[in-house]
Design a protein around this ligand. Structure first.
Ligand code: GLY
Length: 595
């Protein structure tokens, strides 16, 4: 593994390596072609060194995308707070120090293991389409899909945020410390200031033009940020501190009704040439939903994740289920055959995802059929030939609906953040949290950014008259790829992980699970392992890493290869007989802290 880690490290140190080197060796599929054309919104930034070994601990652990967020979570646990208390405090600090990725103006999925109750719960705090939204939200006057960033920037793309309600609901169920106490670290940092990270500086610089389309965002992310950096000062966000004080005192209701809600609606509806449709009643009516976790048996483990409206749990589960008949442990991670199997299993899962998965409160989905062992075994036979699959189409899982959907075409770009926490009582949090694209809609209100999550819907509503499951509908939640995961062995949690990365979240998480469960890597090796990712045919190979060694072999198998930065943010913790171990993705700025 040493060589592989060195490869990842040299990528991390390739400061300024912001553009992808694209090697196209054939014809791209439509969605893949769209991906290749897109700019890189969440690029590599200069990073710290990769820890050689996982962080080890005995009692508790926090792994999060920014040191201040991880330290805050650790402080809460030291004070006797629960994993959920730490989760609330971590999220509030991330909204300040990693504002481009998640925050009050976004949504999240929480997977929570309650050790005393022996119970896994998943909460859906996904953003929701306003009641006035129609399937044509992202079509122009000729019925053609808008350009991605034409849709993103402004009010049109903003879904009703779910994160504040999710924090409150989780704390109401499982919190130990007082709600208001959990706000104090973020209020302090917002008021007194913090040093903006290299990643925030680089990404704000790249997004300066789009952020400048709204005066509030420009003032904070362009003018104040540059002035602060030039003076060597700390960055303060008094507006965020004020918002946090209000929520600390009055609860999440103060976000969904009253002055904060009015500011959100005003910013969305009044945005120059791209206003949105959100109204006060959309905010007032927002609800967090408890969902059935999605679990699949893999080897001696049970791998559990998030069900719809996320496609994450089902797609990761399908990839693992498709790979079950194959001895990946024997093949090892240096074998092109292993990557052929993983890549084509992923393509099969993505084909099903594209056709069937969306918000199941609006469209039926054959979740049971998609994860049925017989269905997956039959689909896995397609992988047996030893050669690349020429054509990949969605399968026909058992389903008691005659209804069929056309494949959707949502372009999910990587922003988002993932963190994992375990407290001294063994309660586990695995949470993926997002405002979608880096800096979301670029609309800033009262110290936080509003999401652009509605662009996770398919812009096209139909294909050849057949409806797309993931089309926009009023009150619907856009399909996500977020895949917070907890793995169990003999009924006990042994691993928690997840990642940002748009739709690449699914292969990032699946690959990391394979690295740990099949290849025996520790969590740090596994999250640092160079990426080879296939979703719709093109094989993405992580630039500047040992993954490039596979280019020739993948080319011989007939894959189109695309060498590029692959900016996951995998954060994982393992729970073993010898204690806890945590791994933070060297591609980002996160750390693991434990005691
Ligand atoms: N916006 C990223 C996701 O939900 O998958």
């Amino acid at each position: 593994m040493t060589a592989l880690r060195i490869g990842a490290l040299s990528l991390a140190r390739a400061a300024g390596a912001l553009a992808a080197l694209v090697v196209c060796l054939g014809l791209a599929l439509p969605v893949a072609a769209q991906e290749l054309r897109r700019p890189a919104p969440e690029a590599a930034t200069p990073l710290g060194s990769t820890p050689a070994a996982p962080v080890r601990a005995e009692d508790w652990m926090v792994v999060a995308a920014h040191p201040l967020a991880a330290e805050t979570g650790a402080d809460i646990l030291r004070q006797g707070g629960s994993a959920i208390d730490a989760m609330v405090a971590v999220q509030l600090v991330l909204g300040l120090v990693e504002p481009q990725s998640s925050g009050l103006g976004g949504g999240a999925f929480l997977l929570y293991w309650d050790a005393a109750e022996n119970k896994l719960t998943s909460l859906d705090g996904r953003e929701t389409a306003p009641s006035a939204a129609t399937p044509e939200l992202f079509l122009d006057e000729d019925g053609e899909p808008l350009g991605f960033f034409d849709a993103v920037i402004g009010g049109r793309s903003v879904g009703v945020p779910g994160t504040p309600r999710l924090l409150e609901e989780a704390h109401r169920r499982w919190g130990r410390l007082a709600w208001a106490e959990l706000f104090q670290p973020a209020i302090f940092l917002a008021q007194e200031g913090f040093s903006p990270s290299p990643r925030l500086l680089a990404l704000a610089g790249e997004a300066a033009d789009s952020l400048s389309r709204q005066e509030t965002a420009k003032t904070y992310f362009v003018d104040t940020l540059s002035a602060v950096v030039a003076a060597g000062d700390k960055l303060k966000n008094p507006a965020y501190a004020a918002t946090l004080r209000t929520l600390a005192e009055e609860g999440a209701d103060a976000f969904y009704e009253g002055a904060i809600a009015e500011s959100i609606v005003a910013a969305i509806r009044r945005f120059d040439d791209n206003p949105g449709l959100m109204r006060l009643q959309d905010l007032a009516g927002y609800e967090v939903k408890e969902r059935e976790p999605v679990c699949i048996a893999y080897r001696v483990y049970e791998v559990c994740g998030m069900g719809p409206p996320s496609s994450g749990g089902v797609a990761v589960g399908q990839i693992l289920g498709l790979l079950s008949p194959f001895d990946l442990a024997a093949l090892g991670h240096e074998s092109a055959e292993a990557w052929r199997l993983i890549g084509d299993a992923s393509r099969l899962a993505f084909a099903d995802r594209g056709r069937y998965l969306a918000d199941t409160d609006f469209v039926p989905a054959p979740i049971k059929g998609l994860l049925d062992p017989d269905y997956l075994a039959a689909r896995a036979e397609l992988l047996e030939g030893g050669t690349r699959l020429e054509q990949v189409t969605a399968g026909e899982p058992q389903w008691d609906h005659a209804l069929h959907f056309a494949p959707g075409e949502a372009l999910e770009l990587p922003s988002t953040s993932h963190f994992v926490i375990i407290d001294g009582a063994g309660n586990v949090v695995s949470m993926t949290t997002t405002i979608e694209n880096g800096f979301g809609s670029r609309l800033m209100v009262r110290g936080f950014l509003l999401n652009n999550e509605l662009t996770d819907f398919s812009f096209r509503t139909h294909r050849d008259g057949v409806p797309v499951a993931n089309r926009v509908e009023p009150g619907k939640r856009p399909r996500s790829s977020m895949a917070p995961t907890i793995v169990f062995q003999d009924g006990e949690p042994v691993l928690a992980l997840g990642s940002p990365g748009g739709s690449r979240i699914i292969p990032y998480v699946a690959k990391t699970l394979i690295a740990i469960l099949d290849w025996g890597m520790d969590v740090q090796e596994a999250v640092a392992l160079p990426h080879l990712v296939n979703r719709t045919g093109v094989y993405d190979v992580e630039a500047g890493t040992r993954a490039e060694d596979f280019i020739a072999a993948l080319g011989l198998l007939g894959y189109e290869v695309n060498v590029r930065d692959l900016n996951s943010g995998l954060h994982a913790l393992a729970i073993g007989p010898d204690g806890l171990s945590g791994g933070a993705d060297p591609r980002r700025e996160g750390i693991a802290i434990g005691r």
